[in-house]
Structures are given as C-alpha cells and as structure tokens.
Ligand binder design. Sequence first.
Ligand SMILES: *Cc1c(COP(=O)(O)O)cnc(C)c1O
Length: 417
Amino acid sequence: MNTVSDTLTSSDLDAADPLAGYRDRFLVPEHDPAHPLTAYLDGNSLGRPLAATADRLATFVRTEWGAGLIRSWDEQWMDEPTVLGDRLGEVVLGAGPGQVLVGDSTSVLLYKALRAALDHQQAVDPGRNEIVIDAGNFPTDRFIVEGIAAERGARLRWITPDPAAGVTSADLEQVLSGSTAVVLLSHVAYRSGYLADAAAITAQVKDSGALMVWDLCHSVGSVPLHLDDWGVDLAVGCTYKYLNGGPGSPALAYVRSGLQSSLRQPIWGWMGAADPFGMTDAYEPAGSIRRFITGTPPILAMQPLKDMVELIAEAGMDAVRAKSIALTEHAIRLCEERLVPLGARLASPRDPAWRGSHITVDHDHFAEVTTRLWGEGVIPDFRPPNGLRIGLSPLSTSFAELETGIDAIAAALAEME
Ligand SMILES: *Cc1c(COP(=O)(O)O)cnc(C)c1O
C-alpha cells in the first residue's frame, strides 16, 4: 500500500516544504567552468556557506580586526569560545550555559576529552583501564583512542557492529564491566548514517560506572540533541558539516558542569590557565570550561559558524529534523526505484528513527561513478570499500536537487554496465 508521500513528486515536496525558503540564504556561486554545480549532496562533509557569511568575514577584517586590533581581545574575543559555545548549547546541543567551548579540531578535542576522562577514572579506580569503541567508527576516533591506549597503557574493547547499522545497547552489554573507564561512540555513524539511542546508551554506560563521550560530528545541526537531559558526560563535534562553519572551522566540546572541576585535560597552555595574563610560574587550570582551552583560540575561523547557528535558531531544530527525515525518506524511495534495479544496495537503516541525515548506497562501481559525477557538478561522496554517501543538509538541499543527483548517479551506473 502506498502512503501519500510515495506518490508525491520532488516538486510537490518542495512546494509543501515549510523550510524551502532557507535555501535562498546560501551563497549562489558565480559560474565557474572548472567547478560546475548541479546537485550538492555532500553538506555532511562540508556545508555550503551562507551569503551573510561572505559579508560577515569582510566586515570582521575591517572592523573587529582592522580597527579594533589588539583591543578586540579585551572587548570580545577572549570570551568568544564560550559565548559561541553557550549559543550552540542553547540552539543545537540541549546544553545549559558554561558547558560548551569552541576551539581546536575535533581530533584534538577528542584527545583532550578522552585523556581527561580516562585519567579521572583511573584516579578514582586504577582497575578501570578499558576504553570501549567500535570498529565502524571514523578513523580519527579509532586512531586517537589507540594512541591514548598506547600512551597510558589502557586496554581497548572493540565492538564490531553491523556495517549497515551501528552500535546497540545489546552490543554494549557484552563489553561493559567494572574495568570500563570510558566509552566513545559516534551519535550518527559516518558511513551508514545509523543514529544511536544516545539517551539509553548514556544511561547504560553511566550505570556501569564508566564515562560517556559522544562524537556528534554527523548529528549536530541535523538531529536535535539533549545533552543535559541525557546526562552526557563529554561530547565533541565538528562545525564544518551541518553547522556550515567553513573548511577547518573549529570544533565544539561539551563537558558536563558537575564534572568540570575534576577533569584535567592533557595539553596545558596559558589560555586555559586560571589567570592567563598573570604570567604565573605554575599551571593552574581555569575553574570553568575554559580549562579545556590550550592556546590562542581561532577567532577568525569561528565567525562563519555564527550565521548558521542563528539560521537554525530561526528555523527550529525540530523543523530541521522533520525536513531531514523527509529528505532521507525521499532519497531511499528514489534509490529503490532507480539505483537498486542497477545492482545498488542500501547500506543505511530504513527506519528514520534510526537514521541521521545521510544515506549510503553500495555498488562496486561507485568509486568510478563518484569521480565522474564530480566533474559534472553532481557531488555525493565515496567511502570505501564501495559506498556512495548522499548527504542531505536540511536547510540548503531541495527535493528536486536530490532527484537530479540520483538520476545522474543512475545514468552513470547504467553507462558502466
Ligand atoms: C568529520 C569527522 C571527524 C573529523 O575530525 P577533524 O579533526 O575535524 O578532522 C571526526 N570524527 C567523526 C566521526 C567525523 O565524522
């Protein structure tokens, strides 16, 4: 039996989309023969810039930097990592003030968060020396954890989830014990798009006496988060994916307020010290989330993020999630109709309750297909061994754009048969 939406075309869906108008706020690129653009389906790797961001950056150079010069540190830059962090907490993280910081890269913040969490656990109970992670996690997450295990003599407990899904409570039950110090999981799996049950898993991990660290790279800005309500201990996330902060924009870290004073991150620097301008002899960490700062924060690189946070605040995270689900549902329908008959297989959860804002489809020709499509301005991405990812950034992607992209994928596949 067809549901109503099965019969809706992409243009029907665009016409009925309450968020359709937000697409016009994104920068329309000038025509560039070397970079044609027909369908952008990779906003989950690098979000598109907002038109307001181009103006914001130019103004920033002329005013805050150009005119304010060093005075701008006193006037606003010193507090920018936490002011912006608080706004992210409010709009996208479900986090009260004083718990979120913007700075460093996701990889570096993961290192700081995990080292701080492991050291804390070991100080309380030296028998807790295991870090739990899954084999399907993003390489940097696995590498950081392996590095910390080597450095601190900790043991890794690997979960091996279904590659087309992700980590479940049942998987965790197999590995959690009185030896578990920390668990690191991705909220949305970078390959399959699987959305973990963060509330249930956080409670389960904490019941076992371990600390829970979430990687939010693929959920922040596309899936509503409730870090305070879920009781999350620490979390880290990217800002250049669904938060459109631009290439290499600084990451975010969340540290639950009740935990902050008992955590020490491993890269001590003057900017995270209690009195940065006291030029003190000894390192004394700041008494707030600022203790997770190391050196001078990347103020310039934080600017674009401000526009996207406000755009999401205007649209509302629940509406963003509703559109994200509508887009991934449409993507799956179109894939089943046009790609599966050509031999492709869906490698993402079918139930939207268990899915983030991208889907992955597998086919042995997808590496070649992706290279060819990029030249034509149709931009999904490829993840080995054979996965084509279709990322759907809810505020910048239209249903028609998605269909154009899938038709181009189908045409490229058909030609290779
Ligand atoms: C994108 C992504 C990263 C990126 O880390 P960087 O330090 O910004 O390069 C890390 N983890 C996950 C799960 C990601 O999706």
